[in-house]
Design a protein. Structure first.
Length: 591
């Protein structure tokens, strides 16, 4: 073994050098086109987007690092999964079970597209890992619960098993190692690769699903913290055979307070996990995959995995980082420059129409004196809203200005599906001068998925005539960008329902300090109840305040760019003065 010293020297040299060229597989369609999904599981369906945007916007990587996956071929899928099972994936009910959503919520082709892109990414990442003799990352994958004849736990196809079988088919004979560091055990992967020689599966999880034949499994106690976790990892790495190719599931669900994981790691502990595994696999071709993650910071785990591989650093992700906000703001600036090219064409067309007498001068329509219909549609396209709606089955989009009954300017987005045109987004806004300054005031905002259905999983909230689109975050960002573009002081609106106020509570506050105090008291006193129960109780008059029936007060909330804040003493005084009770029947009116 005379090669050993050279090997070690080489590893240390590699460790000091940044891996600037780390290849990362990513596709915007890694986002699952399920609208009710994130709220229930705590999963952020935009995780891959947030990580890619963070890495690009903070200049950790350049577009040259990114690779675009191709959908895995069914020929590759068929080496792992049974024909009956693959056929069952054409039915919404099968996928609905795997993802824990209603069958109505499943656009089969698009969900399968996301799954197949993820699997294609893992296989391509394995090929490139072998070619470069180093690490690669796929921002979607590690579907370890999918077995040969069934899917489970958000895993419809087993990307690792598919990649291993495809490589074997092409003649790869080296030792394969699957280092599964997700908080759940690799039951599906072990079942798929049961008879595969030269394959070792090692797992550190926080929950047992029974003995898994063929896996080196360590189940850690609930809430296991950084230090004992790292000790167990060290032991697992000590038992790992020398790999010719490694797959690492750098699970994002090991953080404390994860919705579905049971471990108790910190972000720093997870980074140390990745650094330790990366060092053990130095100079080994390795494919790194995200696995699960049902926590607001799960995207930071995955971004941290990339930093561990590229820079070998424990430096934390900036806790205030908001990749969507940063990304959208930059796109908006670009859009401002693009306007000379694209949407101004629309203005020119209007000019022509006016000259030809097809349209009277003076009726040129602009939203807020700024946006043309085409510039709005172009914006929705550039910010990814239209492509998401396309995956939900809508097409032939149309933006139209309309009349608002209550003042303000109305703009609507329509889309075609099932031979009919549907209203998807409906917005009524105006500039309004308030004591806080000149604001963009939202009279009305509806985001509707009219082809979806309400169910126990997606209860109808007061004011909803159709389930939502899952785009609230994007639309809020776009409204904020509009505020900046128009040079306004902020956004304002009067929430008609408790759940609306609750959902924006992080950014918005009530203008009136006493009203803010009552809102905070209401949140405090109903914290033990689901949001749907509280908002329905308020709408049904079943809430009491200080012994009297309480009616929801739809007063103004604002988000201000430079918020002087409210008087905290006034807020606190009202918060302490009032107490709320949610009854199963309305409190009796005062005698
Ligand atoms: Zn998991």
């Amino acid at each position: 073994m005379t090669a050993a010293p050279t090997h070690v020297a080489q590893s240390w040299r590699h460790w000091r050098v940044w891996d600037r060229h780390l290849p990362i597989w990513y596709d915007p369609e890694y986002r699952l086109p399920l609208t009710a999904f994130g709220k229930r599981t705590g999963l952020e369906p935009r995780r891959a987007d947030l990580v890619a945007w963070y890495l690009l916007e903070w200049r950790w990587i350049t577009p040259a690092n990114l690779r675009t996956p191709a959908r895995i071929r069914y020929e590759d899928v068929a080496r792992v999964h049974t024909a009956d099972y693959v056929e069952s994936l054409t039915r919404p009910a099968t996928l609905a079970r795997v993802f824990g959503v209603d069958a109505w919520d499943v656009p089969v082709d698009e969900v399968m597209r996301t799954m197949r892109l993820g699997c294609g990414g893992t296989l391509a990442a394995a090929h490139e890992a072998l070619a470069r003799h180093g690490a690669t990352v796929n921002l979607l994958g590690g579907f370890h619960h999918a077995g040969p004849g069934h899917g489970a736990g958000l895993c419809a196809l087993n990307d690792i098993a598919i990649a291993v079988r495809a490589l074997r088919h092409d003649g790869f004979e080296g030792q394969v190692v699957v280092l599964d560091l997700d908080a759940h055990p690799p039951d599906g992967t072990a079942a798929c690769l049961r008879d595969e020689p030269g394959t070792w599966i090692g797992s550190l999880s926080g929950v047992s699903s029974g003995q898994i034949p063929g896996a080196d499994e360590t189940v850690l106690p609930p809430g296991c913290s950084d230090e004992p976790y790292l000790v167990a990892l060290e032991a697992l790495l000590g038992r790992m055979p020398a790999p010719a190719l490694a797959f690492v599931i750098a699970g994002g669900d090991v953080l404390a307070d994860d919705h579905l994981g049971h471990l108790g790691l910190t972000l720093d502990g997870v980074r140390r996990r990745d650094l330790r595994a990366a060092r053990a696999l130095l100079t080994v071709p390795s494919v790194w995959l995200p696995g699960g993650g049902y926590h607001g910071q799960a995207w930071q785990v995955l971004a941290g995995t990339v930093l561990a591989l590229m820079r070998h650093t424990r430096r934390p992700i900036n806790p205030g980082a908001d990749p969507m906000n940063t990304r959208f703001a930059r796109l908006a600036r670009r859009l401002g420059q693009d306007r000379r090219v694209a949407p101004s064409a629309d203005l020119d067309f209007e000019d022509v129409e006016i000259e030809l007498g097809m349209r009277a001068r003076g009726v040129r329509r602009l939203l807020l004196d700024t946006y043309t219909v085409d510039s709005l549609e172009y914006g929705l396209f550039r910010f990814g809203v239209l492509s998401f709606l396309e995956r939900r089955g809508y097409g032939q989009f149309r933006v139209a200005f309309g009349t608002a009954t209550s003042g303000g300017e109305r703009v609507s987005l329509y889309g075609h599906a099932d031979n009919a045109e549907h209203l998807l987004i409906d917005l009524v806004v105006e500039r309004r001068t308030m004591e806080a300054g000149e604001l963009l005031y939202v009279h009305w905002l509806a985001m509707r998925d009219p082809r979806a259905r309400f169910s126990e999983r997606r209860p109808q909230l007061p004011g909803q005539d159709a389930p939502g689109l899952g785009l609230a975050r994007e639309v809020t960002e776009l409204l904020q960008l509009t505020v900046q573009r128009l040079g306004l002081a902020g956004l304002g609106f009067a929430p008609a329902w408790y759940h609306t106020a609750y959902m924006v509570r992080g950014r918005f506050r009530f203008l009136d300090p006493a009203r803010q105090g009552r809102f905070e008291a209401l949140m405090r006193d109903t914290a033990h109840l689901p949001l749907t129960v509280v908002t329905q109780a308020l709408a049904g008059g079943a809430v009491g305040m200080n012994g009297q029936p309480y009616t929801w007060e739809a007063s103004d909330m604002v988000f201000l760019i430079d918020d002087p804040g409210v008087d905290p003493e006034q807020v606190a005084a009202e918060r302490e003065r009032v107490g709320f009770v949610v009854g199963d029947r309305p409190p009796s009116p005062p005698a």
